[in-house]
Design a protein around this ligand. Sequence first.
Ligand code: GTP
Ligand code: SPV
Ligand code: MN
Length: 587
Amino acid sequence: MTNNKSVIKWIEEIQNLVQPKDIVWIDGSEKQLESLRKQACESGELIKLNQEKLPGCYLHRTKQNDVARVEDRTFICTKNKETVGPTNNWWESQEAYKKLYSIAKNSYKGKTMYIIPYCMGPINSNFSKIGIEITDSIYVVLNMAIMTRIGQRVLDMLGNSDDWVRGLHASCDINEKERYICHFPEDKTIISVNSGYGGNVLLGKKCFALRLASFMGKNEGWMAEHMLILGVQNPDGETKYICAAFPSACGKTNLAMLIPPEIYKNKGYKVWCVGDDIAWIRKGKDGRLWAINPENGFFGVAPGTNEKSNPNALKSTMSDTIFTNVVQNLEDNTVWWEKLDKNPPSNALNWKGEPWDGKKSDEKGAHPNSRFTSPAKNCPSISPEFENPEGVPISAIIFGGRRNHTTPLVYEAKDWENGVFIGSIIASETTAAATGKVGIVRRDPMAMLPFCGYDMGEYFQHWLNIGKEVGNKAPKIFNVNWFRTDEDGNFLWPGFGENMRVIEWILKRCENKINAKETPIGYVPFAKDINQENLDIKENDLEAILDIDKELWKKECENIKEFYKKFGDKLPKELDKQLSELSNNLS
Ligand code: GTP
Ligand code: SPV
Ligand code: MN
């Protein structure tokens, strides 16, 4: 399929290492993909679902020890430890190669080696980047075929260039003790062994589009961020674009596919989805920041997705979707997950494939990190700009996290530098998207803690530099928190589609249309400026979630100070200054 010497050389090297029984190049044709689906159904790797109700849809169950990203087994491998900073696991490159090659050696014996040429970003966009993933898993091939642009057209685009990312995935025995997700930013290489779960094995996603790409972005003057991209079209037909970074399972897909409440729809507002997880951002010819979504599909959290919370996501999953670790309803061979509806199936198999009666069982049927992989084009609100090789211009950047107290519903940074500070102090409860305890509050700067491929102190500096470069054309920066709770743990803000009311405030602030209250942490809305028409919330609750509790924020400052110490002299002095200013404002 290609004469590219660098590609051929690397494939030969890996072939010699893993010793497959044969080799299949993924050309991207529907015929080839269909025959792989058939093969996967025969082996049990996939289960074909009810094709009348869910055409083109399949179910997959991972091994029970392999259901989420594994941050403690994720490494950035470089020559020197300093490159990766205090927040990443480091492994010396040569040592890492040695160990990984010993694990991968002969691991494809009796298996087929699939070669997937893929492109992150629209084909032939100057901003897109190419990778080749070698895998022994048909599940990986079929997911990559949804999540990225694949096949011959990618090799044609690559030509003879050696500027592409090498990716080796070896399933081995899915042995968690020998599981490693390793990145070699200095060699543009990724090696993943002993896993079959999405974020660990769909190498175009977090491994390439964030960890390697953030490293490339630092050197080349652009940014790779864990951000959704959405467009808000006003009644005059003008569309403004917003990027938002929230940690894993904190609402990116939901916000990206937001459907405005009736009162907005009636006025003529529309919201468009450009991306739900990753944004590549760089300065455009006009001096503003522009973003593309490097992905071609959604790898979304299933539980909680329903007709009310996210109808666009639900519709995206109705065809040509691969479900992972959800419930299989044996009545009609469809799928189910917690909060899909109030009618769990009685005759079903849970995510482990065990008989499960949803009406009687106390146990969850779907894994909390069960996922759907759906083509972007399935989303009813996919943006007309989705394939635009230039991307879209960004008017606002939003940070956010899952905090039951302290952080208000929304506030605005005083300027870019203050915005970078606000991003750097995101704290959020951990979720099921990664293994480990759920619900522990941790600092997750820019929602990039698990995804920044180099020293995070330098990453903060990179953000500051980009701000200087775009100057007064920089987007305004905001922070949101949909997750404030009362004493009983109930959410105070209705969230989901109602988040449109906060988006409206944000855009009005960007257009300098309304005033805001200056507080020690930044600009907070006056309650009257949040549209409350048909909003189901108590007046006091809205006041409560807009309130700044100085005592809590003083504690927050202490905690940030501790956190910042990690970065030593790599912490930009601007951020230290920002922290002192915040402390002063509070006293
Ligand atoms: P990743 O794909 O892991 O990066 O996650 P994500 O950031 O895209 O999160 P997603 O939109 O899938 O939401 C994760 C969980 O948060 C789901 O259970 C949602 O129902 C819930 N959620 C999303 N938005 C809101 C909201 O506005 N309010 C509340 N209370 N929950 C929300
Ligand atoms: C996340 O965990 O942020 C995800 C899912 O988007 S994964 O692809 O597993 O990283
Ligand atoms: Mn994510």
